[in-house]
Design a protein around this ligand. Structure first.
Ligand code: GLA
Length: 401
């Protein structure tokens, strides 16, 4: 097990070598050196799930796994995109509408960024771009947001756009929603752009104000991938959004100040149960109780009461399982196994759900025991091999070379 941990950790730490490799790949495909290299991390959300698109509170941290993007200006209006991990070059021209590439689907993330930047009036010229990443894709750790934000960071520096941090997050979110076609909230792009090493961030998804939440020394954030292939995530995600909007519309009929579920109390949801109907009432109850749990978690972190943080995480999972119904049996099993493990303070699913990962917090000296017992127990019960990552809270996007 320790080998598995060491391997995962080692990979994340060799950033300098990865930048060198990317420069080499850039030279092989395009010839010559890039003008600059930027990075943007993936994320894990500690608590505050399915609240961002209701203007609520979230508490993600940027992780020490990222996407690196190398770029160089061109004298003409051509754009060439290369993925080191998937291979191939995808081309487009400024002046023609940006279209999706049905073959090289990896290119739709940087294409979406170009589309949104042009739409926002950014003065782009032609460029060559190559990227590589070590955020596991399809695991709910926001590899796509990392590609979008790293591309924005690189183009911001290349063309002197001077985009403020949260402008990059909003443009990345627009790329995902308007070009890639996933109606996501702001959380993933926001933390990828604004993460702070050693901290989680409590983000108010309405005002975009952030509160730094120091991650105590000696506490490990352990992500475990169920290895369940996520099916129909986008349509189920959009269903949940629609249910939250239906609940909001109900309250807005009698209260003109209600813009999102953020503006509604738990008592109001309780009293409106019949009018909302059982499903929408449960969805709304999740959102209002989850918002309260995020605020309690900030207080508990401040008081260094990690036992309470853990209890809030477990309550969050139960709410996502019973009220929001976005877990799958494998996520529930991993949380159950984690909570039975000595030293584990709390665990929950993280990300959109329907598969993907759990996140658990525990003292660093409990990690070995966790991997030694939870991994084989999960394998025995499901026939699936989970991947385990310990994550360090890292900085948001930057230019690295
Ligand atoms: C996905 C979305 C986020 C957020 C989470 C659920 O990761 O991209 O905006 O809604 O699901 O909390």
């Amino acid at each position: 097990m320790c080998n598995r941990q060491a391997e995962v950790k080692g990979e994340a730490m060799i950033e300098g070598a990865r930048v060198q490799k990317l420069r080499q790949a850039f030279a092989n495909v395009f010839g010559g050196a890039p003008d600059l290299v930027a990075r943007a991390p993936g994320r894990v959300n500690l608590i505050g799930e399915h609240t961002d698109y209701s203007d609520g509170f979230v508490m993600p941290m940027a992780i020490d796994r990222d996407v690196l993007v190398a770029v160089r200006r061109r004298a003409d209006s051509q754009i060439r995109l290369h993925s080191v991990d998937f291979g191939g070059v995808s081309q487009l021209h400024l002046g023609a509408p940006v279209a999706r590439d049905g073959m090289r689907t990896w290119s739709n993330y940087p294409r979406g960024v170009v589309h949104i930047l042009l739409d926002a009036g950014a003065p782009l010229g032609g460029f060559d771009l190559a990227f590589t990443g070590n955020v596991p894709s399809g695991a709910g750790l926001s590899s796509s947001a990392a590609v979008e934000v790293a591309t924005l960071q690189a183009l911001d520096a290349l063309f002197g756009l001077k985009l403020p941090t949260f402008e990059k997050a909003k443009l990345g979110q627009r790329a995902e929603r308007e070009f890639v076609g996933v109606a996501c909230g702001i959380m993933d792009q926001a933390i990828s752009a604004a993460g702070v090493a050693g901290h989680a961030l409590m983000l108010d998804c309405r005002s975009l104000e952030t509160t730094l939440v120091p991650m105590g020394a000696g506490i490990a954030v352990v992500v475990t991938d169920t290895s369940v292939v996520r099916g129909l995530v986008d349509s189920k995600y959009n269903d949940r959004r629609a249910e939250c909007e239906a609940a909001t519309a109900h309250f807005a009929r009698t209260r003109s100040d209600v813009i999102a579920l953020r503006d509604v109390t738990a008592d109001e949801v309780h009293d409106a149960a019949d009018a909302l109907g059982p499903v929408v009432a449960r969805r709304a109850r999740h959102v209002v109780t989850e918002n309260a749990r995020v605020l309690s978690a900030v207080a508990a972190f401040r008081a260094e009461d990690l036992g309470e943080v853990g209890r809030l995480m477990v309550a969050s999972h139960a709410s996502l399982r019973d009220d929001f119904e976005v877990t799958v049996p494998e996520l529930d099993l991993l949380v159950e196994l984690a909570c039975a493990q000595p030293g584990v303070l709390g665990a929950r699913m993280t990300g959109a759900g329907f598969g993907g990962c759990t996140v658990a917090i525990m003292p660093t000296d409990a990690v070995a025991g966790y991997v030694d017992s939870v991994v084989p127990a999960y394998e025995a019960r499901t026939g699936l091999t989970p991947r385990v990552f310990t994550c360090e809270a890292s900085d948001g996007a930057s230019v690295v070379g």
